[in-house]
Design a protein around this ligand. Structure first.
Ligand SMILES: [Zn+2]
Ligand SMILES: [Zn+2]
Length: 272
């Protein structure tokens, strides 16, 4: 009788399976740190992330993975630099980059010089795999202060030495970014992938993650943020909770959301 043999075997297998499901995962404190789950959101076509001992290394080609009017295109635009020299972009370009879109929020006249694909370099950031808050905060500087999940860089609320962003706001594209003396970078909420939500924006230079205006832990705007826009709660990437930043839900010039206007709460490392 087939049934008599099969059924007890089936019960035995089932009990083994259920027993296996009840076992707690074994955590060995001696094991090397695992790569944080949030890094799965970083675009692997642009960014490489790996562990090196107790540190995480993030390398990016500096190019965003989304459309922008700052990709090379056939419309020439010229500006005059502070020394009175004319600086033209696209003067010899014969076809549009596949990711090029017409400027809507900005205009050819207002756009900053240079194209996204003029940049031919890379950025590297090395942070502790388990960052901690420092005893005092540190102000951000000009240049990259974080690496976005798209591949491009995160900047603060200044456009030059003591030049507020106000002067350059007209040159920002639909996703709050532009080129400039350096590569394409975001100053404002990056609408290309985050618009009034809890999406991951990127990794800041102190090793903490930056999220959109809402927090996954409550589904709405956090009310317990410190002066850097940070707090400790669960995230979609860490059910145990951890310190992280948010884009603060406070308008700038009545309509924009600055990505990161405050200080680092951890110890920043250079992005170079
Ligand atoms: Zn800028
Ligand atoms: Zn949060």
């Amino acid at each position: 009788m087939k049934y008599n043999l099969f059924f007890p075997l089936f019960l035995f297998s089932l009990s083994l399976y259920l027993w296996g499901c009840e076992q707690e995962p074994i955590t060995d404190p001696g094991q090397p740190a695992a790569l944080h789950a949030a890094f799965a959101e970083f675009d692997t076509n642009h960014i490489t992330v790996y562990l090196d001992g107790e540190e995480v290394v993030v390398e990016s080609n500096g190019l965003p993975n989304h459309p922008s009017p700052y990709w090379s295109n056939t419309t020439e635009r010229c500006t005059t630099d502070p020394r009175g020299q004319s600086l033209c972009t696209n003067s010899n370009t014969t076809e549009n980059h596949p990711l090029f879109v017409e400027p809507v929020v900005t205009s050819y006249e207002a756009m900053a010089p240079g194209n996204i694909d003029d940049f031919n370099g890379s950025y590297t950031l090395r942070v502790p795999a388990s960052p901690s808050r420092a005893s005092s905060s540190t102000s951000t500087g000009l240049g990259p202060i974080g690496i976005a999940v798209s591949g491009a860089m995160i900047y603060n609320d200044e456009e030059g030495p003591n030049v507020p962003l106000d002067n350059a706001i007209v040159s920002l594209d639909y996703t709050g970014a532009h080129t400039g003396p350096q590569s394409y970078h975001y100053h404002l909420e990056p609408k290309a992938w985050s618009n009034d939500d809890d999406k991951l924006i990127g990794l800041m230079a102190d090793g903490f993650f930056l999220y959109g205006r809402k927090c996954y832990s409550t589904g709405t705007y956090p009310t317990d943020l410190d002066e850097s826009g940070g707090h400790t709660s669960t995230t979609q990437h860490n059910a145990d909770g951890e310190y992280h930043y948010h884009i603060q839900n406070e308008t700038y010039l009545n309509q924009y959301y600055i990505l990161f206007p405050g200080n680092y709460q951890g110890t920043p490392n250079a992005i170079q």
